[in-house]
Design a protein around this ligand. Structure first.
Ligand SMILES: NC(=O)c1ccc[n+]([C@@H]2O[C@H](COP(=O)([O-])OP(=O)(O)OC[C@H]3O[C@@H](n4cnc5c(N)ncnc54)[C@H](OP(=O)(O)O)[C@@H]3O)[C@@H](O)[C@H]2O)c1
Length: 366
C-alpha cells in the first residue's frame, strides 16, 4: 500500500501510524518502548504521533531517543495546547506565548529542530483562533514546525479554523462504537481537503479480538471508564468478525484497522501498541485488500448494534465560568478542561458532557 498525502501538504504517510500515548507506560521499560518505535519504522510506518502531555513529556522523550538516528525517515507529529494549572489539572492554553513555549519544550524532548506536524490537541475557548493561527504561521515561517494540524475540533470549529491557516489534518476518535464525530466532520474535511487521522480504532484494545469478557479492569486502567455493557458489545462485535478474519488469515484487529483506513477521507489510522508483536500485527493491517462484499458485512454488523459511546455522557461540576472574547460563557470543569456552555450555566452546576467533549445539558439533581 502506497503512502498517502495529507491534505494539500508535502507530507506522505503510511496509512497506519504508531500512536505513542501509552508508550513506556504499558511497555514498562524504556528500552522496550524505544524498540516498539524503531520496529514500527523498520516495518514501514513513517508516521509517529505523540503529545506533550503523554506521560508528562516522557512519551516525547522516548520518541526522541528512538528516532534520533533515523529522523529523516519519520513524519514526526506531536500535539500541544494542554498545560497544567497550579493545582496540577490539565487545561487548554493556546495564547501565543504559551504556544511558543510548548513548541520549544517539545523540540527539546524530541531532540530535533523541527516538527513535521504540530497539532492543537484541544481548542482553547478563551483564546481567539486568529491569535493562535498567527503564532503558528510565525513558527512555520521559522521552519520549527512544518505543518499545522488540529485535534478534537467540532465541525464548526474546523470550518472556522481552516479559513485562517492551511490545515492538512484533523485527529478524531473513530471506532465501531464511536462514529458520530466522523460523520459530522466528513463534509468539512472533504470541502477543505483535510485528512482524518483516526485515533482509538480498537477502543483502547477492547476490540482487538483478544478479550474473553472475563477480564476485570483496575480503577487506574482507562478501560474501566467504558460502561460494562459497551465492553460486552465491543467483545461481541470482535467475536462476530472472527470468521471474516479467519477467511483472510488475519486477526480481528487487522480486519478492523483495515476497514477503518479505507473509509473516505482517512489519511492515517493511529494504533497504540504495548509490545513488538502488536506493532507487527497492526502494521500488517495495511498490506492486504478486503473484498467489497466483506466490507458491507462489517457495516451490517456495526449498524446492527444499538449501543454506542456517542450516546454516553459523564458528569462534571463547573468550577468556574467566565465570558470569552466573543461573549460566550466558558466553563472550567472540575477535571480542568474548558468548554463553551449556555449562559444559564453557573459555578457549582453539574453538567453532562458527551464523549466528544460537548455540553449536553445540566445533570439532574440526585
Ligand atoms: N488526539 C487525541 O486526543 C488522542 C486521544 C487518544 C489517542 N490519540 C492517539 O491515537 C493513538 C491510538 O489510540 P489508543 O492508544 O487510545 O488506542 P487503540 O489503538 O485503540 O488501543 C491501543 C491499545 O490497544 C491494545 N492493542 C493495540 N494493538 C493490539 C493488537 N494488535 N492486539 C491486541 N491488543 C492491541 C494495546 O493495549 P493492551 O496490550 O494493554 O491491551 C494498546 O495499548 C494514541 O497512541 C495517540 O497517538 C489521540
Amino acid at each position: 500500500m502506497s503512502n498517502r498525502r495529507l491534505g494539500k501538504s508535502g507530507l506522505y504517510v503510511f496509512p497506519i501510524g504508531l500512536g505513542c500515548r501509552t508508550l513506556g507506560y504499558k511497555s514498562a521499560k524504556e528500552e522496550e518502548a524505544i524498540a516498539i518505535v524503531q520496529r514500527a519504522v523498520e516495518l514501514g510506518t513513517n508516521f509517529v504521533d505523540t503529545a506533550n502531555i503523554y506521560r508528562k513529556g516522557k512519551s516525547e522523550e522516548i520518541v526522541g531517543k528512538a528516532i534520533n538516528s533515523m529522523r529523516n525517515k519519520v513524519v514526526l507529529a506531536t500535539k500541544g495546547s494542554i498545560v497544567r494549572t497550579p493545582e496540577g489539572l490539565p487545561t487548554q492554553d493556546l495564547r501565543p506565548e504559551s504556544v511558543r513555549q510548548a513548541v520549544k519544550d517539545s523540540l527539546k524532548r524530541l531532540q530535533t529542530d523541527y516538527i513535521d506536524l504540530y497539532q492543537i490537541h484541544y481548542p482553547d475557548p478563551l483564546t481567539p483562533f486568529k491569535e493562535t493561527a498567527e503564532v503558528l504561521k510565525e513558527l512555520v515561517g521559522t521552519g520549527t514546525i512544518k505543518n499545522v494540524g488540529v485535534s478534537n475540533f467540532s465541525s464548526h470549529e474546523l470550518e472556522e479554523w481552516t479559513n485562517l491557516i492551511e490545515t492538512p489534518t484533523v485527529q478524531l476518535p473513530y471506532n465501531f462504537l464511536q462514529r458520530e464525530l466522523y460523520t459530522k466532520l466528513l463534509p468539512v474535511c472533504q470541502k477543505h481537503d483535510v485528512s482524518m487521522m483516526i485515533y482509538t480504532p480498537l477502543l483502547m484494545g477492547l476490540m482487538s479480538g483478544k478479550l474473553t469478557g472475563n477480564e476485570t479492569f483496575a480503577e487506574n486502567d482507562e478501560r474501566s471508564t467504558i460502561p460494562p455493557s459497551l465492553v460486552k458489545t465491543s467483545i461481541s462485535i470482535a467475536n462476530q468478525l472472527k470468521p471474516l478474519a479467519d477467511k483472510y488469515n488475519k486477526t480481528v484487529a487487522q480486519v478492523i484497522v483495515n476497514f477503518i483506513l479505507n473509509q473516505p477521507q482517512v489519511g492515517c489510522v493511529l494504533v497504540g501498541a504495548s509490545s513488538l508483536s502488536q506493532v507487527e500485527e497492526n502494521v500488517g493491517a495495511a498490506k492486504w485488500t478486503m473484498q467489497a462484499g466483506d466490507r458491507k458485512k462489517i457495516e451490517k454488523t456495526v449498524h446492527g448494534t444499538e449501543e454506542s459511546l456517542d450516546k454516553q455522557y459523564f458528569t462534571q461540576q463547573v468550577a468556574e465560568t467566565r465570558l470569552n472574547y466573543a461573549g460566550n460563557n466558558v466553563a472550567t470543569i472540575e477535571m480542568g478542561l474548558k468548554l463553551v456552555v449556555p449562559h444559564a450555566v453557573k459555578k457549582g452546576d453539574r453538567i453532562k458532557i458527551s464523549w466528544n467533549g460537548e455540553y449536553l445539558g445540566c445533570a439532574e439533581e440526585s
